[in-house]
Design a protein around this ligand. Structure first.
Ligand SMILES: Cc1cc2nc3c(=O)[nH]c(=O)nc-3n(C[C@H](O)[C@H](O)[C@H](O)COP(=O)(O)OP(=O)(O)OC[C@H]3O[C@@H](n4cnc5c(N)ncnc54)[C@H](O)[C@@H]3O)c2cc1C
Length: 530
């Protein structure tokens, strides 16, 4: 069963190694286990629904509570403290596109607001109801999850948009295909959510981000149905798929999505290579990007993140042996871990492996052996579970991300980390921040920063600390020429920085778009462009 106030499946946990806990305590101060609210106590914060019972709506308080928040740190603070804030008045579980169209018609008549809800894994406040006079209904799309059509000749598959990652992959693999979209939230996030937030999977270098994989679909909007046929390419004016990508539930509900799929590759390899320092590591990934090799992933950690990753991995003796070996080969204190994914047929993978490891060796790269990559692959969806253990030990963890041209990457990284590290100095608290380049492009890279700080006993203080850090880091991103989001979207948390990126005319254009599809402002108010 899904954890109601944290990440993932209740039966899965990731232990925090003892040495890691000791080191984190030395870095940011010892944590104190917080007193989390019980489900019973949290339920007392759910107000009565403002809607009357009817067939299409679930008014049950527990179901409403489960749909009140996503997975951002403020969401965790709310859920764990029992101070939930606004809760939807009802949850609807449509089973067909027709049900969604009927809900939209009902909402217009009733003056209700609707929030499309995929897996609820948003980390930017996308699915949280706003306080409003109008009743709010969360539209849970989990029953729209069938494989609707599979066109093998064209390598196109059409799914109900509420399909979750594992179910989508299982259905495709039964035909020998994969989508290759593996965000770290894969277990719980959905096709509709990926499209609506412009998501990026860990192997997007090979398979492409969702905007490349999303070939078309069907959107039910308050102004009618928008069908997006899947053309391989088209010069027929602006591409309407772009209106849906990143629309965050503001223009309509994606009920079906058609995606471009690939035959399951014969080989999927991940290699761990350590570079002696960050400048040489950046030069190495830029070389690799420019070589246009068939790689599926390049993920480069800074020295700080490399240290933290090795610490959190546990397996103390193995890691010590690895560090001794790396040190003998020249990768010491400033070493950076680079994960390289290679995907394809056996010959292609063999040739690519030789070229890649050869190019990295020229930059002083030391390969850590296949076991390292296999271990990463096995644990690739484990990191979010560690967030549960860290919280229970008294530390809050949050992540933020951006992307920028190569010429800006080093300065941007330094200013974001510095904003975080010094953000709580005024209250005498330390922040541990570390970064990796998660997605590498020819012209630039994304930066993905994780930060950790001590939880206070008062949830209000924790929220204020988060706000201070988020604001400082987002200001640094905006001033440093980065986008306010490379993959998590805008929601409410990034909205204050959107105008600086899009400009006044851009924001007006977006408002005009929302008005065209949703003239009465029924859908997900307050998100993306408030
Ligand atoms: C632990 C963790 C790891 C993550 N890792 C990644 C990662 O690697 N890459 C990445 O890109 N993101 C990642 N995320 C962020 C999140 O998973 C993505 O934003 C994801 O795309 C959200 O999908 P969802 O189905 O959960 O959508 P939800 O959270 O339910 O909704 C997100 C937004 O999409 C809208 N929406 C959802 N479905 C539809 C639909 N059918 N029609 C119209 N609008 C819709 C909602 O209204 C909302 O505005 C991570 C989050 C967590 C918690």
């Amino acid at each position: 069963m899904r954890r109601w106030n944290g990440w993932g499946d209740e039966t899965v946990s990731a232990a925090l190694p003892v040495r890691a806990a000791e080191t984190l305590a030395a870095w940011v101060g010892p944590g104190t286990a917080p007193h989390d609210a019980t489900p019973e106590a949290s339920l007392t914060a759910v107000p009565p629904s403002r809607l009357a019972a009817e067939g299409r709506l679930t008014l049950d308080p527990w179901t409403r509570l489960l749909h009140a928040r996503g997975q951002s740190l403020p969401d965790w603070i709310a859920l764990r403290s029992g101070r939930i804030g606004a809760v939807p008045d009802a949850v609807a579980f449509p089973e067909t596109g027709g049900d969604v169209a009927a809900l939209l018609a009902w909402a217009r008549e009733r003056g209700a607001r609707l929030i499309p809800y995929g897996g609820g894994t948003s980390v930017a406040g996308h699915v949280n109801p706003q306080t409003s006079e109008a009743p709010v209904v969360t539209v849970d799309l989990s029953r729209l999850s069938r494989l609707v059509a599979f066109d093998e000749a064209s390598r196109l598959a059409t799914f109900g948009a509420g399909v979750k990652g594992p179910d989508l992959e299982a259905a495709l693999r039964a035909h020998g295909f994969t989508l290759g979209h593996f965000p770290q939230s894969f277990e719980l996030s959905t096709l509709g959510g990926w499209v609506a937030t412009r998501s990026s999977g860990q192997q997007s270098l090979g398979y492409g981000r969702i905007e490349r994989l999303f070939a078309g679909g069907r959107v039910e909007t308050p102004s009618g149905r928008l069908d997006l046929p899947p053309f391989p390419a088209s010069a027929a004016g602006p591409d309407l798929r772009e209106l849906v990508l990143g629309s965050e539930g503001r223009i309509g509900v994606l009920t079906e999505g058609t995606v471009r799929v690939t035959p399951v590759p014969a080989c999927e390899e991940v290699h761990g290579v350590f570079l002696p320092d960050f400048p040489s590591a950046i030069a190495a990934v830029r070389d690799l990007a420019a070589m246009r090799l068939p790689l599926s992933m390049l993920r480069l950690s800074t020295p700080e993140e490399t240290r933290t990753t090795l610490l959190l991995a546990g397996h103390e003796r193995l890691i010590r042996a690895l560090e001794t070996y790396l040190s003998l080969r020249g990768a010491r204190e400033e070493k950076c871990l680079l994960l390289v994914g290679i995907t394809g047929g056996e010959n292609l993978v063999r040739q690519t492996r030789r070229q890649t490891l050869g190019a990295l060796a020229m930059r002083g790269g030391v390969a850590a052996g296949k076991g390292f990559g296999r271990e990463w692959n096995r644990n690739r969806f484990r990191a979010p579970y560690l967030r549960n253990s860290l919280w229970e030990a008294g530390w809050a963890v949050d992540t933020l991300e951006t992307a920028a041209p190569w010429s800006r990457v080093p300065a941007l990284l330094a200013s974001v980390e510095s904003a975080l590290r010094t953000g709580l100095a005024g209250e005498g608290e330390k922040v541990h921040a570390f970064t990796h380049l998660s997605h590498v492009y020819l012209d630039g890279s994304s930066l993905y920063t994780t930060y950790l700080f001590r939880l206070a006993a008062d949830p209000g203080v924790n929220l204020a600390r988060w706000r201070k850090l988020k604001t400082a880091a987002s200001d640094a991103i905006s001033a440093g020429g980065g986008t306010i989001s490379h993959q998590h979207g805008v929601g409410t948390d990034h909205a204050p920085w959107l105008a600086a990126e899009k400009g006044d005319l851009g924001i007006r254009a977006l408002r005009g778009l929302f008005r065209t599809f949703d003239p009465d402002g029924l859908l997900n108010p307050g998100k993306l462009v408030p």
